[in-house]
Design a protein around this ligand. Sequence first.
Ligand code: NAD
Length: 440
Amino acid sequence: MATQPNEAQAQAPVEFVMTPAPPKQNLWTQVLAQLQDVSRQLDLDPGIVRILSTAERELKVSVPVIMDDGRVEVFNGYRVQHSSARGPCKGGIRYHPNVDIDEVRALAALMTWKCAVVGLPYGGAKGGVEVDPTQLSQTELSRLTRRFTIAILPILGPKRDIPAPDVNTNAQTMAWMADTVSMVEGKSVLEIVTGKPIPLGGSLGRREATGRGVAIVTGEVLQRKNRDLSSTKVAIQGFGNVGSVAAETLHGMGCQIVAVSDISGGYYNPNGLDVPAMLDHAARHPHHLLEGYSAPGVEQIDNEQLLSAPVDVLIPAALEQQIRGDNAANVKASIIVEAANGPTTREADEILAERGIILVPDILANAGGVAVSYLEWVQDLQSFFWEESEINRTLNSIMTRSFKEVWDFAEVRGVPMRQAAVMLAVNKVADAIRTRGVFP
Ligand code: NAD
């Protein structure tokens, strides 16, 4: 890594320095392979494995949108419900050019495991639109969201399937969705989505919940390893909703955040970054990016350098398949906390496990978001809202209890934490299927 940036470098416009990743592996194939593994270990009934190997319901929709210049564009949209065995389906809506049916299907299954592992009374779903939202105006995004909502509405409902924000969607997107359903049904149906703005029935603490949950489990794992927070160096890939709050919370807990990145590039300071200044910079950027950030002692790094930075804890909080067979050996962190969904490939998992790196898996590490979505849904259904301190206390107790269950199970069975988490989750879903029976 270079040393101090000179003045010319500091003032030069930030270049987009992402290292191109190899072609993506099929996430659904990976989820199925993992299900096969744990089913063998749990000695699961083959009928139950067959049920869990297919999504319960998949909807593909075309979303025509009148663009601001009068042109009509048509986007592909999806909603997949993987399992409703433990309750209504729950899962985010993603806007991204790489969205396809296999990705949505895989993320829906991961939601089934996630809700089960932290004990929420939900099944798993996911949705997405194949679109680059940065190319759309706010009015185009509103029209896209409303038309997509209507297209998938036949399978949604507060007791059927409750969407939430995910990559490139936010509280505004959820407000458009809730408003669309309320207009069409002629009554207030705000509880149809979670992650809404506070005045529309959103919950205090929901926006921060995933990042806070990531920080809570990071604290738990550091405590188990007798690590002192103030001497812990952390690198975070992604500075969006999840990554920025994880950075802020861990910084507040006393950790040194030494590297962060977003799609515009990465920033490294071995003595610790000024996280509040970076949050302030991103808040003022039109696309909430770190682009153009500079400070004394901060050097620019690319994505690969961030992943291999000399740190104790690495937190991937951007997209899938960032830690792969080709770069897992370069990771220097001894602890990885998966804030993103599916950031580590199966090949990388094996390399990391052989190297003795502790990995807190996505379905546990980033479950804080769906945990507080659950609290939002409960508040909406009873039209009675809680203080943020109550929300945070409940989030803390869900995350620490779930972490303990997975950690202890992993110790007893002598398996990595991901395997332990998926085994616990699949077992709970299988129990629900067994108890309910196969209809009719
Ligand atoms: P977001 O869109 O707010 O932020 C994503 C961040 O990643 C941005 O800073 C973006 O610039 C950055 N990024 C994108 N590609 C990158 C790359 N190649 N290298 C470095 N940075 C890159 O999304 P989010 O809500 O923060 O979600 C991040 C991850 O967390 C996703 O995997 C999502 O599925 C998962 N997740 C989110 C929630 C939630 O509540 N928002 C809950 C659970 C899991």
